[in-house]
Design a protein around this ligand. Structure first.
Ligand SMILES: C[S@@+](CC[C@H](N)C(=O)[O-])C[C@H]1O[C@@H](n2cnc3c(N)ncnc32)[C@H](O)[C@@H]1O
Length: 253
């Protein structure tokens, strides 16, 4: 039986494609500036965008002078839209499952050469075996190569019910439970039963380290005061991080 990918479902897309980050592109993604700050020089580099969605980062990387960009996604609906929007011959989009055991990133790349930068925005919390995927990523990267990714923060992904509650004295609280119970979470997000994977912060970090990377930077991202003032997120978003941003690299040898 084919595995469900909600990014192929009309009901889900009707909501998802109206999010500010889809309507406005990277500038509509509240964490984009922080993620961009983690990126190394893009010009002349071979870039892979894992779970590229509509391909907005792939387009941006091509615009920054990347030598080539490979955007990978498991949704035909997302890739069709990405292809229609793409405006650079340097970008190639491929349909592939990040859960696949025989994923070979460089053979999907147009020139088959090692990759310099692997980027992933908000896709790795859908992947069941992160250790395996990160070992594939490490094998595809050239010495000195970089891995930059964002995921839902583990404090965000842990609870059985994601959402603030009001406690008796009137404080709004993120009900953190099941933090140490890793694995599948089913959430309702535009449609019922969206399947994601929860991992602790230690598991994310140790997976990166065990794949041979050196951790360079972590960001526990939430909106800045000026973003909240402008209507991006709310004061509640200061109670817990929203996203985890990670920068790691391989030794240059
Ligand atoms: C939240 S969207 C992020 C899209 C894009 N990176 C962005 O930041 O706008 C997650 C993307 O991951 C893709 N995805 C989820 N599970 C996947 C899998 N197993 N293999 C490949 N892509 C997957 C979805 O199809 C979707 O396009």
């Amino acid at each position: 039986m084919t595995e469900r990918n909600v990014y192929n479902e009309a009901d889900f897309l009707a909501g998802y494609l109206n999010l500010p980050r889809q309507v406005h592109g990277l500038s509509g993604a509240a964490e984009w500036a922080a993620l961009r700050d983690l990126l190394p020089e893009i010009a002349g580099r071979r870039v892979v965008d894992l779970g590229c969605g509509l391909g907005r980062f792939s387009q941006w990387a091509a615009g920054q002078g990347a030598a080539s960009v490979l955007g990978i996604d498991g949704s035909v609906e997302m890739l069709d839209r990405a292809e229609a929007e793409a405006n650079s011959p340097k970008i190639v989009f491929r349909l592939a499952d990040l859960n696949s055991l025989d994923l070979d990133l460089n053979s999907l790349h147009v020139d088959g050469q090692p990759t310099d930068i692997v980027f992933s925005s908000l896709a790795l919390h859908y992947v069941r075996d992160l250790d395996r995927l990160l070992s594939i990523v490490a094998a595809a990267l050239a010495p000195g190569g970089s891995l930059i990714f964002s995921v839902e923060h583990p404090i965000y992904s842990a609870p059985t019910t994601q959402g603030f509650v009001e406690v008796p004295r009137g404080d709004r609280v993120w009900p953190l439970n099941n933090y140490l119970i890793e694995g599948e979470r089913l959430t309702d997000w535009f449609v019922e039963g969206v399947r994601k994977q929860h991992r602790t912060l230690a598991t994310y970090m140790n997976s990166v380290i065990d794949a041979g990377f050196r951790l360079e930077r972590l960001v526990e991202w939430g909106p800045h005061a000026d973003q909240i003032e402008a209507g991006v997120g709310s004061i509640d978003d200061l109670h817990r991080p929203w996203f985890l941003l990670v920068k790691a690299s391989l030794a240059a040898d």
